[in-house]
Design a protein around this ligand. Structure first.
Ligand code: ADQ
Length: 537
């Protein structure tokens, strides 16, 4: 009786193994098309629902009417190409002033504008909910807790209550959007630690993939959270729990071992908790590699000319750039101190070396962020006063959001890109810089505390807390011969091209496909066994 089932399974397993081998091999190129094919074969058209706090498109009321904006967010940068490849529904907080004006009766709008590849379903939050859940628990509690960046986490009972309530509201939205009892739900980030278990309760058959975009600390650091057990239990509602690096996975397994009664299989990297198993795996996130032809890209020389003119830089300037959200974990102050030290140590650089920092305002309602921004502005002012001349300013601080094309132009105009995060899950800016440099010029200075450092050893790797070392790396970058730049850049480009965002999503979804297959086999075998043992009439 099991013969037809066995034949079907053998076929499916062969497909999966082929796909798995291809996905592991260095020859395998991951593209949007291959991801789409994987969704068709392994998830056979199953519904995909993404949940994140930040929405990929924000509708704002401007002077000339409604305008659509893209937020500065690594998560959105990474997940958007995946959603475009697989359609489905993206559930997120509707935060724009015109967001309500453009949705349908079910709070949905098709995006991207003009393409309409997938649905964006907006969840509305009251100012109190946003204060407690987003600014409070997520960004004053979880963010510093996980980054261990010497800013004390703040835990308030009322924030925790709001966090729990908002997680429940988003979980309810997932259940309302689900068209079957086993959708594939992609949960994004530290805003939703409790949501996986909440969805699991209502949809026990769902495949829940949770991706944690920020670091996971060691058990001692995590242990200061008053609700550490609840958070871990919530996350273990996931089928698969993804982090950027093996190191973060190891920290998570050790944290569960310390605080919960769970069975951990280190060999398979699984955790069994209350009869449910969760796979804990590393999936290094990345970017979509630009299409050949790069529609709309200006030649590097033109980009440079535009930037020099726009900012009034010396024509022969050595241009270093930093592109970040205005966040204390990104090491912007440490970077400025290194620029100052460089100018001190190498007076010949004064008048020639220019550092352009683009910093998108973020979480501005929090005091920690306001005072951080002030300190950065003061430091930039001090350096400019010390080394500036009537026609030369060493530091240009552009504290505003830039559209992706403007960021790309800056990357192409730059001689050096500086990423000095004090701690970063991955960091996509360094990958975007490398992708922008099809001329093979430019040097990347990269913090060893960014997840990306593990994949990009050809960058000049620095400890951002060590001002002297970072200043020396800036000098080395500014004086690096073109041949060495080309060699390093070519190698970095082949890594980022191969380990792109489609591989990130593809590996995770392939693991989900295998997991679903296993669950279906087990269910069928159980049904078969039940039929066998049932008393026959
Ligand atoms: P973020 O902390 O947001 O992401 P990052 O990975 O560097 O950090 O991504 C930032 C994105 O915003 C990039 O696409 C960048 O181009 C864009 N951006 C930054 N400043 C900007 C500006 N001024 N104007 C316009 N765009 C700007 C979190 C984690 C990271 C992880 C990502 C993805 O903290 O470690 O890499 O998620 O998982």
């Amino acid at each position: 009786e099991l013969a037809p089932l066995a034949t079907e399974l053998r076929g499916r397993l062969r497909d999966l193994e082929d796909e798995y081998r291809r996905s592991q091999g260095p020859e395998a190129e991951w593209t949007a098309e291959r991801l789409r094919a994987l969704l068709r074969t392994q998830l056979s058209g199953d519904q995909v629902i993404v949940v994140s706090n930040r929405e990929p498109y924000i509708h704002e009321r401007g002077e000339g009417g409604i305008v659509v904006k893209r937020p500065a967010s690594g998560l959105v940068t990474a997940v958007e190409p995946v959603m475009r490849a697989c359609s489905g529904t993206w559930i997120a907080h509707g935060s724009g002033s015109a967001d309500q004006a453009v949705v349908d009766a079910r709070d949905r709008v098709a995006v991207p504008p003009g393409h309409e590849d997938y649905w964006l379903r907006r969840v509305w939050l009251t100012p109190e909910e946003e204060q407690g859940y987003y600014y409070g628990f997520a960004n004053e509690g979880m963010w510093p807790l996980c980054h261990v960046a010497h800013v004390r986490p703040v835990f308030r009972e009322s924030d925790w209550e709001a966090y729990r309530a908002v997680n429940q509201r988003f979980a309810d939205a997932v259940v309302a959007e689900a068209r079957s009892d086993d959708p594939v739900v992609l949960v994004q980030d530290y805003h939703f630690a409790l949501l996986p278990a909440m969805v699991r309760e209502k949809l026990p058959q769902a495949t829940i993939l949770t991706f944690w975009h920020i670091p996971w600390p060691n058990p001692e650091s995590f242990g200061i959270c008053p609700w550490r057990r609840e958070i871990l239990q919530g996350m273990l509602g996931s089928t698969i729990l993804g982090f950027h690096t093996r190191y973060h996975c190891k920290n998570f397994l050790e944290t569960v071992d310390r605080y919960l009664e769970a069975r951990i299989e280190h060999e398979h990297s699984t955790i069994a908790f209350r009869d449910k198993e969760t796979l804990v795996e590393s999936y290094p996130i990345s970017i979509a590699w630009p299409d050949a032809g790069h529609a709309g890209w200006q030649p590097v020389a033109d980009c440079r000319r535009h930037v020099v003119e726009r900012l009034g830089l010396p024509a022969q300037a050595c241009i270093a750039v930093g592109v970040d959200r205005f966040d204390y974990t990104k090491g912007i102050l440490e970077r400025l101190n290194a620029v100052e030290r460089l100018l001190e140590k190498h007076p010949e650089m004064v008048g020639r070396f220019v550092f352009v920092q683009v910093a998108a305002p973020t979480r501005g309602a929090l005091d920690e962020y306001k005072s951080f921004q002030q300190r950065v502005e003061q430091t930039a002012g001090r350096i400019n006063q010390r080394f500036g001349k009537p026609d030369y300013q060493p530091v240009h601080l552009l504290a505003r959001h830039h559209e992706p094309d403007a960021v790309n132009e800056l990357f192409r105009a730059a001689d050096i890109c500086v990423v000095t995060s004090l701690h970063d899950g991955m960091n996509l800016v360094c990958k975007e810089f490398v992708a922008a440099r099809d001329d093979l010029a430019g040097v990347l200075v990269l913090s060893r505390f960014a997840g990306a450092a593990r994949e990009m050893p050809e960058a000049l790797i620095v400890n951002p807390y060590h001002v002297e070392e970072t200043a020396d790396a800036l000098h080395r970058a500014a004086t690096m011969p073109a041949a060495e730049q080309r060699e390093r850049m070519a190698s970095l480009r082949s890594t980022v091209r191969e380990f792109n965002v489609y591989r990130w999503a593809g590996r995770m979804l392939a693991d989900a496909g295998r997991w679903r297959l296993r669950a279906r086999i087990e269910a069928r075998v159980r049904r078969f066994q039940a039929d066998e043992t049932a008393p026959h009439a």
